[in-house]
Design a protein around this ligand. Structure first.
Ligand code: GLA
Length: 394
């Protein structure tokens, strides 16, 4: 990854204009999986892997974007990139890295942010791509704060997160919830963020100082992930409708209880019942996890992670063989308080809470154990919880 000064120098050399730099992090979710799109609770942390966007204004109305990671540039008029006719836009477009920044420009224009004179941008990042660590959200949020910074428009962070989610839902075409963009905006060093995805209120939970977040990348990417994500969302909606028909106060699955499931679950298909059970019990685990963190009770926190993983694996069926191997290996290691699949699932990464004195031995045992069980070399990252989106002062 280039240093910030190198990114600024590259931008100056490419566009003959000095840039302002902005960064936004990826995230790891400690607990609260697949709860965000039914108004539920999540507890992610921003990680110290980020996307940096360098930006300078133009006068010719064009949008030039250079992706350092893809070693590719686009140079387009606003008409080409941000066509108002959404149907034309969707039909003429292939999925491309530039969809993420373009989607953000599209929502910014919709908000009345003056982008008509155009921009030059350089984008570089070190969030592992497609690993379930929200590289997309970090690109969106870094682009958003760069464009807002360049145009002098101030928006609350929660609004920025919502606009980035809209860019991903409506322009990129991925039906994600709010968690990733929100924590990329509002993360804080050494804290996890407990987000209420209904009210968008959040609470910072200090991560005990004797523990490190270790992320194990299974290096497995399942092509089914997007389809499975959408089918899970549909199943949750189906289950919610059934419960609502009995209790109109249930606006989203967040409002339902295990008692509701015991009473009316028999009207659901067995699969829908399991999916709903995961979400309802997961919200309760997040609440218990916040308490455990504030009491520095890492054993309890680890136990909740274990239950969360089992529920995601068995009821939500969002895990895969390689991820389960990583979790089973991790929980046997000395100093590992808890391990689970993090993010959307069907591959990607596990999150592990590890005693600070055991991180080195943990990393070694995980690399060796995973390689001998699967023949795959895992990538293992140790991260502290980091700050959310910010301007970079050079
Ligand atoms: C992906 C989505 C999030 C969330 C998680 C699952 O990361 O982008 O909104 O739904 O999956 O918890």
């Amino acid at each position: 990854m280039l240093t910030h000064a190198e990114i600024a120098a590259l931008h100056l050399a490419s566009y003959s204009a000095p840039a302002a730099l902005y960064a936004a992090p990826g995230r790891v979710n400690l607990i609260g999986e697949h709860t965000d799109y039914s108004d539920g609770l999540v507890m992610p942390a921003a990680i110290d892997f980020a996307t940096v966007v360098a930006i300078s204004p133009r006068t010719d109305g064009r949008i030039l974007i250079h992706s350092v990671n893809y070693d590719e540039r686009i140079d387009k008029s606003q008409k080409e990139l941000l066509d108002d006719n959404f149907a034309t836009l969707r039909a003429g477009r292939e999925l491309h890295w530039s969809d993420y920044p373009a989607g953000v420009l599209w929502v910014m224009r919709e908000q009345g942010v003056a982008i008509d004179k155009g921009f030059s941008m350089t984008i570089a990042g070190n969030v592992p791509l497609g690993a379930g660590l929200s590289s997309s959200a970090s690109i969106e949020v870094a682009t958003a704060i760069a464009v807002l910074g360049a145009t002098g428009v101030k928006l609350p962070l929660s609004k920025i997160a919502l606009l980035c989610q809209r860019a991903e839902n409506a322009y990129v075409g991925a039906n994600c919830g709010i968690m990733d963009q929100f924590v990329s905006c509002c993360g804080q060093q050494d804290h996890a963020v407990m987000i209420d995805c209904r009210s968008l209120e959040y609470k910072l939970a200090p991560i005990p100082s004797n523990v490190r977040i270790v992320i194990c990348n299974s290096m497995v990417k399942h092509s089914v992930a997007a389809g499975e994500y959408n089918s899970r969302r549909a199943q949750i909606e189906k289950g919610t409708e059934i419960l609502q028909s009995h209790r109109s106060e249930i606006k989203a699955l967040r409002d339902a209880t295990v008692d509701d499931l015991a009473q009316w679950g028999s009207e659901m298909s067995p699969v829908v019942l399991k999916r709903c059970r995961h979400v309802i019990t997961e919200n309760a685990r997040v609440m218990a996890a916040v308490e455990a963190f504030s009491a520095s009770d890492l054993t309890l926190f680890g136990e909740l992670m274990r239950q969360a993983h089992n529920s995601l694996r068995d009821d939500f069926e969002a895990s895969c063989k390689e991820i389960d191997i990583l979790v089973e290996l991790a929980v046997k290691q000395p100093g590992c308080f808890g391990a689970r699949l993090t993010g959307g699932g069907f591959g990607g990464c596990t999150v592990n809470l590890v005693d600070v004195n055991c991180v080195e031995a943990f990393t070694k045992a995980m690399s060796e154990g995973y390689l001998s069980a699967t023949g795959i070399e895992a990538e293992i990252y140790t991260s502290r919880a980091s700050d959310g989106a910010h301007a970079i002062v050079l």
